[in-house]
Design a protein around this ligand. Structure first.
Ligand code: PEP
Ligand code: MG
Length: 606
């Protein structure tokens, strides 16, 4: 059996090696049967009784998940409950029972076939993620109607890597996660529930691996390389040995790196650097603390909206932000205002169907067009500021006018709270994310308006190089070391410093040791990253002087190609940091250096 290497999307980093467990829930084995007129009423009753039972089960699961993973994860089941009540799913089933005189399971299955087709015809991540929710409901109701409930559960009998077309929230909630070594799914993106839950549970995951199910059989050996977004099936002896060794090494490194947790992030010549964590869900604040974060440099609040079927109320937001502020205090909590749109669409704004969503109605643009929504979030953040060291950050700022407009809404919110006699931190710091090239070009003007900058390199790279950050076909162009990107970062840092404001980086670059070294040399004051990357970056910072880092960055700024930059950086990286990194490469196009070319990389035609 030959080895297959499949390229997917990074869902959750880490390496897992183990036997495959195939999870294929889409085979309902429905019996088609006509019913007599006399059976119609009892069939309708059976259907309605089943829906009520499923609703009860969902509520029970919701409680279990809330206990295990926290309230935000559990909210997923609210949307399931809403779907269960949806007339668009119930009425066609009832009609089919009455008019076509078929069993409830067949009528329900038929309804879902139509719904599935509708979902499949829509190409966007929001709808793909909702398809998983719909399937979850279908599976639960059919299993009850067909009395095959035991098949709902992922019955893993030993440690395994789960391969599935998709993983619904209840699949993951019902899984014995101690047995799950990793996930590989055929669909899903970095914002799908499976990815969020995998990250929360620290399970390595690769999503969007086309053809994973047809390429694997139960019991095959598999490797999940979450960091590179690669899945290997039936790895050859050498690859297996290499990954097993790398997994062991990463474990040792992790244990070793945790010793850095309590140490300050300070260069050899005594420069103190701020290292913070990025979080999507409030519970992740614990992980951030475990890895030694000195505060939260980016709280992506949109997840509060994405995980819930309706807009969170101001009170709910105050509760969530206030709790976080207390937990993180006295360290800072940087709350980024909503960055919905692009690939992150909520139930409320899913009607937007844009040709270029990343260039469209997103983030601050969406907020400025929905003043009530924006004001309610700003009021909630301000109220929470009374409970800790809260900072407010605006995403996707493209120029001064937009920033001034956002600040004026904030001023209104402040005035209202003052009138209402509600306490808040009047000196709460305001920051702008620099992630659009036009903002980088006018950073000197923006710096006059805010207390800090945070460079969102994920978007800055995508917009500077005009390369969709989620498109596998152009991934080879997505280059954090592109001289254009580096020059832009340098000019933003210089503009911020000329105005005496600190400049940090909160994109993925901040969590990559080579990039961090460069950023340090470019003068970046703080780094905010996925919490698991913190110890590695702390070690990198502690192994150089600021002067060394400056020299390195200056030299890099004179280089022209990625190959030159990569090989230079590998040469100058302090030995102890290099040894700790995954073999053989840890740069943007890591998979290129593997012996096996990922299947999808070979595609050259449409
Ligand atoms: C970024 O763009 O670098 C960033 C941190 O924001 P997000 O990844 O949420 O777009
Ligand atoms: Mg961004």
């Amino acid at each position: 059996m030959s080895m297959k290497c499949l390229q997917g999307i990074q869902g959750s980093s880490g390496i897992a090696v183990g036997p495959v467990y195939i999870h294929d829930p889409e085979d309902p084995l429905i019996d088609y049967r006509r019913i007599s007129e006399g059976e119609v009423d009892s069939e309708i009753q059976r259907f309605q009784f089943t829906l009520a039972q499923v609703a009860d089960d969902l509520k029970a699961t919701r409680t279990q998940v809330e206990e295990k993973l926290g309230r935000d994860h559990a909210q997923i089941f609210d949307s399931h409950l809403l779907m269960l009540e949806d007339a668009a799913l119930r009425d066609p089933t009832l009609d089919a029972i009455r008019t076509s005189r078929v069993t409830a399971e067949y009528a329900f299955w038929q309804t879902f076939q139509t719904v599935r087709r509708q979902f499949d015809s829509i190409q966007d991540e929001f709808y793909r993620a909702r398809r998983a929710d719909i399937l979850d409901i279908e599976k639960r109701v059919l299993a009850k109607l067909c009395q095959r409930e035991d098949e709902l559960l992922v019955r893993i009998t030993g440690e395994a890597i789960v391969i599935a077309h998709d993983l619904t929230p209840s699949d993951t909630a019902h899984m014995d996660c101690d047995q799950v070594l990793g996930f590989i799914t055929e669909v899903g993106g970095s914002t799908s529930h499976a990815a969020i839950i995998a990250r929360g549970l620290e399970i390595p995951a690769v999503l969007g691996v086309e053809g994973a199910l047809s390429s694997a059989k139960p019991g095959d050996m598999a490797i999940v390389d979450g960091r590179r977004g690669l899945a290997f099936l039936n790895p050859d002896h050498e690859t297996l040995a290499r990954y097993q060794a790398e997994a062991r090494r990463l474990e040792e490194i992790k244990a070793g790196l945790l010793t850095f947790k309590e140490m300050p992030a300070v260069t050899l010549d005594g420069l103190r650097v701020s290292l913070q964590g990025n979080i999507e869900l409030p519970e992740e604040v614990l992980t951030a603390a475990t890895y030694g974060a000195e505060g939260i440099g980016l709280y992506r609040t949109e997840y509060l909206y994405l995980m819930s079927p309706r807009l969170p109320t101001e009170e709910k937001q105050v509760e969530a932000y206030g709790k976080l502020a207390r937990e993180v205090s006295p360290d800072p909590l940087v709350i980024r205002t909503l960055d919905l749109g692009g690939d992150k669409l909520s139930y409320v704004f899913h009607h937007t169907n844009e040709m270029n969503p990343f260039l469209g109605w997103r983030a601050i643009r969406l907020c400025l067009a929905n003043r009530d929504l924006f004001r309610s979030q700003l009021r909630a953040i301000l109220k929470a500021s009374a409970e800790g060291n809260v900072r407010i950050m605006f995403p996707l700022i493209s120029g001064v006018e937009e920033l001034i407009e956002a600040k004026s809404v904030l001023d209104e919110a402040r005035e209202d709270l003052k009138k209402e006699g509600v306490p808040f931190d009047e000196s709460c710091k305001i920051g702008a994310m620099i992630e659009v090239p036009s903002a980088a070009m006018v950073a000197d003007q923006l710096a006059e308006e805010v207390d800090f900058f945070s460079i969102g390199t994920n978007d800055l790279i995508q917009y500077t190089i005009a390369v969709d950050r989620g498109n596998k076909r152009v991934a080879y162009l997505y280059d954090p070391f592109h001289p254009g990107v580096l020059r832009m970062i340098k000019s933003v840092v210089d503009a911020g410093h000329a105005q005496n404001i600190p400049v940090s980086v909160c994109g993925e670059m901040a969590g990559d040791p080579l990039s961090a070294l460069l950023l340090l040399g470019l003068g970046v004051d703080g780094f905010s990253m996925s919490p698991r990357a913190l110890p590695e970056i702390k070690r990198t910072i502690r192994s150089v002087t600021r002067e060394d880092a400056n020299l390195i960055s200056n030299h890099v700024l004179s280089l022209r190609t990625r190959v030159e930059i990569q090989s230079y950086l590998q040469d100058v990286l302090p030995a102890e940091v290099r040894q700790a990194l995954p073999d053989p490469l840890y740069l943007c196009l890591e998979s290129e250096s593997l012996d096996v070319e990922p299947e999808s990389k070979r595609e050259t035609s449409l």
